[in-house]
Design a protein around this ligand. Structure first.
Ligand SMILES: CC(=O)SCCNC(=O)CCNC(=O)[C@H](O)C(C)(C)COP(=O)(O)OP(=O)(O)OC[C@H]1O[C@@H](n2cnc3c(N)ncnc32)[C@H](O)[C@@H]1OP(=O)(O)O
Length: 409
């Protein structure tokens, strides 16, 4: 097999994206969905592997900025559209693309790469660690009661067409981005993504609906959902399929959930992705009836260990030397001294003795504060050399808010 890696040209889009679709099973996307992805595709940051006239491998990297602990927005390559033509699988095409891409990301000066994976087992070998998790819920609204905070009754709810409410929702979203590590600043055009609603993919549900929460005349929250009616001999048994919900105050959040759980003719609210520390868990009287289920979400790769670790803050003072293994990006390998606290940090190369031994994958997993270095140590993936260093680092890396991202890419 003689292949060549080329940067994606506009003229090659159809054949390139055709390979992405083939790799994912060959089911064509709705035209509006494919059109949106075409518009969002960062052509100059995307590559195709060509075997003669065929594109046999694809990937791209959005130029995101991700919120890290402390609130900074750090440049992050958002790895996407990874596909290998079924005839060419397991012959090193992915590996070749990962090599080229991580070299590119380094050259672009972006300290971090992130992705949401189709399968959790693919990317660890390239130095990605699982840094965030999401929680699915299926709330039995016939059984669950909410204990809402004061002020909830003062929140006004108003139904709106999702596209008409878009700017108001985006203003709320923008304020939420800085509040939670793992969130991504919206790039131009991305506000259309949560509104995507191809008729052919509704599977019996209604078009997307939007409810706004207002207080003092301002929009302070929103929920977007579809209704899936069901009629049984015993009566109505519909489902509210919640796509996303964000709010700026506890009262607005509670008001939105109380609304969702009380919609007539339904007995269930399902949601594919909430943070693992979502307030819903504490609003409900019977959490088991919400059937929370946790799954890996954002995989993080530190492309420049020093710059990435210096870009976030640390919950408690920390001064540790990491000995980092990184076979795939050897420029990261070796000893780094991290000194930091809640105000800032530095991370420099050092010749000093190591306190903790780990690979870049563990640093990626712990980076956003959602996975404990102590938990990784308990699995044998971090080794403590200096007594006390693990507790010091694990505490400093932790955060008060679980990192999370509301959407895939
Ligand atoms: C960020 C995203 O876009 S996620 C989407 C990923 N794409 C898909 O899931 C679409 C369907 N699958 C595919 O297109 C391909 O099978 C891919 C991209 C997953 C793998 O591509 P390939 O070219 O077959 O991988 P390649 O031959 O380079 O293998 C590299 C290594 O990954 C391993 N690997 C490949 N696919 C998988 C997998 N699905 N699960 C676990 N390991 C895998 C290989 O065994 C190999 O391991 P090794 O280096 O330890 O020997």
């Amino acid at each position: 097999m003689t292949t060549e890696i080329r940067v994606l040209r506009q003229a090659d889009w159809d054949v390139w994206y055709g390979t992405v679709e083939l790799a994912f099973g060959g089911v064509a996307e709705a035209p509006e969905e494919a059109a949106l992805w075409r518009e969002l595709t960062p052509f100059e940051r995307s590559i195709g592997v060509w075997d003669g006239p065929e594109v046999v491998g694809t990937t791209g990297a959005f130029a995101f900025r991700i919120t890290v602990p402390g609130g900074a927005a750090v440049p992050a390559a958002g790895v996407t559209m990874v596909g290998v033509r079924p005839t060419h699988r397991r012959r090193g095409v992915l590996r070749a693309m990962m090599r080229r891409q991580l070299d590119d990301v380094r050259a672009w000066g972006e300290p971090v790469a992130v992705l949401t994976a189709s399968e959790a087992g693919i990317y660890g070998r390239f130095g990605y660690g699982i840094a965030t998790h999401n929680m699915r819920v299926a709330v039995d609204t016939t059984r669950v009661r909410l204990a809402v905070p004061g002020g909830t009754d003062e929140v006004r709810l108003r139904l709106s067409k999702p596209d008409e409410a878009r700017d108001a929702c985006e203003a709320v979203y923008a304020r939420r981005v800085a509040a939670r590590p793992g969130m991504l600043e919206r790039l131009p055009g991305w506000a259309a993504l949560p509104l995507l609603d191809p008729a052919g993919q509704r599977a019996g549900a209604s078009p997307l609906q939007c409810v706004l929460a207002e207080a003092g005349g301002e929009v302070v929250g929103y929920a977007r959902y579809a209704m899936n009616p069901e009629w049984t001999p015993a009566g109505p048994n519909g489902t509210v399929r919640l796509r996303d919900v964000e709010a700026l105050t506890p009262a607005a959040y509670a008001a939105l959930w109380r609304y969702l759980c009380g919609i007539d003719l339904t007995s269930r609210v399902t949601c594919f992705s909430l943070p693992v520390d979502d307030p819903l868990l504490h609003l409900v009287g019977d959490v088991r009836r919400c059937e929370p289920a946790v799954r890996d979400q954002l995989h993080v790769r530190l492309v420049d260990v020093g710059a990435a670790l210096a870009a976030r803050t640390y919950r408690t003072p920390v001064d540790v030397v990491f000995e980092v293994a990184d076979d795939f990006c050897p420029w990261n390998a070796g000893r780094w001294r991290l000194t930091g606290d809640p105000k800032g940090a530095s991370c420099e190369r050092t010749e000093d003795a190591a306190d903790l031994l780990l690979s870049v994958r563990e640093l990626g997993a712990a980076y956003l504060g959602g996975v404990s270095l102590a938990a990784l140590a308990a699995a044998g993936r971090v080794t403590e050399v200096r007594e006390g260093a693990l507790e010091e680092a694990a505490t400093a890396f932790g955060g008060s808010v679980a990192p999370w991202l509301p959407h895939g890419f």
